[in-house]
Every structure is written in C-alpha cells, then in structure tokens.
Design a binder for this molecule. Sequence first.
Ligand code: SF4
Length: 288
Amino acid sequence: MLHFSLFFQAIDSIEPLLRRMSHQLSPLPRASLASLQRLQDLEESLAREHTPPSCSMSTPLSHSSAQDTTDHLPRQQPQDDRVEKLALLKDQALECQRCPHLVKSRRNVVFGVGNPYASLMFVGEAPGEEEDLRGEPFVGKAGELLTKIIHSMDYQREEIFIANILKCRPNMPAGVTGNRKPKPEEMTTCLPWLKKQIELIKPRVLVAWGSTAMEGLLGKSMLMRQARGRWFEFEGIPLMVTYHPAYLLRNQSLSEKRKVWEDMLQVLEKLERPISQKQRQFFLSATA
Ligand code: SF4
C-alpha cells in the first residue's frame, strides 16, 4: 500500500496550491480546475477500491467533500453559452434609453460585474456618483466595506456577481450634490435587466443590500429591522435581506455589524460553505 500512501501525499501537496490559485485568479484556469477534478475523481476511485465500505479512511484527506469545499470555484458549464449571452445583454443595456431623464444625466450604465457562474449574487440599489463615473457597482467607501465582508466570507469579489436594481444613476436637480433613492417607477422600468441577469447567472442565493434593493426585488416595502435576516424568494431563488454597507458606515456599532454578519452566516449555510469557528465568533462580544 506504500505507493497509494505516496499518491495521497502527492495529492494533498498539490491541492492547497490549486486552491490558493482559485483565490488569486478568477476564473480559475480550466486546466487547473480539470486537473483538480481529475485528481479528486482518481483519489475517490482509489479510496473506494482500497477501503472496506464499512470503514472510513484511517488518514482523512484534507477535504471532506467536493460539495463543501469547491463552492467558491467557478461552476463549470463547458457547453453553457451564458458568458456570450451575458455579454450580449450588457451591450444591449449599455444602449438602453427607457428612462430619457436618466439617459440625459448618466455617464455610464452600470450593468454589474463578477463571475457569470456565481453561486452568490449581490443586489444593491442604484449607482451613486462614483459608480456612475467608474461604471461599476459598489465602489467607494461602501464598496470597500462590502469587499471586506466578501473576504470575511472567504470569497473573492470576482467570484460573486454584483449588480444594482437600477442601472443608471438617479438624476439630481441642477446644483444639488449627493445621491437620491430611485423612484418605484424607475425600478420597475429597469427590473427586466436584472431579471435577465439572474436568469442567465442562475445564482443559488441572492442578497438584497438595503431597503431599496429589497423593495425593487420584492415589490413591497418593509421595515428593515423586520426584514433583515429573513429569507424571501425571488423567482424561486432564496433571497436574504440585510442592511446596506452604507448603513454600517453611518452606524458603526458592533451590534449592527454583527447583525449583518449573522445574515452572511445564514447565506454561507444556505450555500453549504464551511464556516470556521473564528467566522462564527465575529463581533460576538458586541452582543454578549
Ligand atoms: S435605468 Fe435601466 S431602464 Fe432606465 S435607462 Fe437606465 S438601463 Fe434603461
């Protein structure tokens, strides 16, 4: 059995390297993913051949199951044309003229960014000034905080798809700075773009960041303190509602951060992602 033992050691030494690569590159090169999958298949097949069915392996491998540990890798669909379809949808959205008053004032249509194969999709409200300038959702201070939350969840930003209910920045009266909340009719007009994105990406879980995103998706308003932390559904997909990162910037209390983190723990559980003890403890002292 010595050669099998050496073989398992070789697999264990290669696997962490491939997993580190998955955090540095998005998407992970298909060859690496394929290699990892082949190694796992071979390893499992060998384990089945050389382990009595009633016994577990005496030396557990570093991963317990593919389901648990590979959710953060882009889901492979080689025959899937969603990348092309999403690119086409983006081209169409960039030309959208449905809201003439917003077309006049926008600098960019903020379509959304991220992994077309994302299991997790975040939905915000609308581009602010900085997003309008850069053409990307969740940039600036709120975006930085969102990125920190994503990293704490053991994801990279590129692994998630991030979009807004409204693709164009709500216009402001001349001489007035800041951002305004999208109007219900603006959200209704723009929602088909987001629906189509969700239909193509097929995320397993959606998160609505803030009350406007919740209203845009669910078509009703609720008090955030009643809605956050609860599961809703959008087009059959589980939808978690939580506070917007901008709210956490305004309200720096650890107890509010803990609430958002508890919502993210629910999201990780729904996605069957491994959660470390350290992750479970984040901000806990605030509520003790
Ligand atoms: S907000 Fe949406 S629907 Fe309105 S012009 Fe922009 S992309 Fe089109």
